[in-house]
Design a protein around this ligand. Structure first.
Ligand SMILES: C[S@@+](CC[C@H](N)C(=O)[O-])C[C@H]1O[C@@H](n2cnc3c(N)ncnc32)[C@H](O)[C@@H]1O
Length: 283
């Protein structure tokens, strides 16, 4: 089965359970730079959005934004409320996510300026959808194999002066080369969450520069997000969530099993939570 079909099926099946247990944000929480901040986990997910807006040097005025790999659009609605004049487009591979996202948009009174579509990001072109002031890429780039193609696409979809803000799962920098044990942990994560092989954060920075971006900066926020997986594992162990897990089917059950590999990935240092910001030169 093609990778995108697997990703679609995975999110179609697992999203209802995630919405019941965690809500509309489908990404890590942010617990302060050292991961020591004691904060409710769902608040930590919202704090992640604010932290990326600040670190990513988001422009003060945003008229159009793209949420690239948007889940049910938790970030989209946050951005739409933060930038009350802005129009937003979110894309996901999962029709289940898109339908739920559109319903949440209506409930939030945002459907006139926020659209969530089930569409492959790589089919977007500036001719069809125009250009954006910011591209928001929150924990979706890890699903995409062609990182250079992704950076080129983002470059083409930004207006001159526009800003890319990205958070994504990576592996730690080499050298030293990843050990056999690290490769095994990463391989399990990639298999169960339908990810192509991960890259180092520096690889994304280099790809962004090659696409023509300026002011490219990268950072590793592994410490800041590490407490999140303990909480996700706890929610997986809560018997109240088991019926939903069984209903969601085998790929979600396997995804739940992969939580322990994520924890191992962080404790062993094999996984790195990568941040990228980059500006399209103003022409
Ligand atoms: C872990 S979820 C993150 C969702 C969202 N950004 C959030 O933080 O709540 C990953 C998302 O990436 C999307 N995705 C992966 N590959 C994609 C592609 N080629 N085109 C569009 N969306 C994609 C999935 O459909 C899913 O919505």
């Amino acid at each position: 089965m093609q990778l995108n079909q697997k990703i679609k099926d995975f999110y179609d099946a697992s999203t209802p359970l995630w919405l019941n247990t965690w809500g509309e944000q489908m990404h890590h929480g942010y617990y302060g730079p050292d991961g020591n901040r004691e904060v409710d986990h769902q608040q930590a997910q919202v704090d992640m959005i604010e932290a990326l807006l600040e670190w990513g040097q988001c422009p003060i005025k945003v008229s159009r934004f793209l949420d690239a790999g948007c889940g049910v659009g938790g970030s989209s609605r946050y951005l739409a409320q933060r930038f009350p004049d802005a129009v937003g487009l979110g894309v996901t591979l999962s029709p289940v996510q898109a339908n739920n996202g559109q319903r949440y948009n209506r409930e939030a009174g945002l459907s006139d300026r926020l659209t969530i579509k089930a569409q492959d990001l790589f089919t977007l072109s500036p001719e069809d959808v125009g250009t954006f002031d910011i591209i928001w890429s929150m924990e979706s780039a890890e699903h995409m194999a062609d990182k250079q193609g992704l950076m080129d696409l983002f470059y083409s979809l930004l207006r001159p002066g526009g800003q890319l803000l990205m958070a994504t799962w990576c592996h730690r920098e080499e050298p030293p080369a990843l050990s056999g044990k690290e490769q095994k942990i990463l391989g399990n994560i990639c298999k169960l969450y339908h990810l192509p092989p991960m890259v180092a954060i520096s690889t994304l920075g280099k790809a962004a520069k090659l696409s023509g971006f300026s002011n490219v900066a990268t950072d590793d926020w592994s410490k800041a997000v590490e407490p999140f997986w303990g909480a996700v594992i706890e929610s997986g162990l809560d018997p109240r969530n088991w019926p939903g897990l069984i209903k969601a089917g085998m790929s979600t059950i396997k995804g739940a099993w992969a939580m322990r590999y994520m924890r191992q990935g962080f404790t062993s240092g094999a996984i790195a939570y990568g941040m990228v910001r980059a500006t399209k030169p103003a022409g």
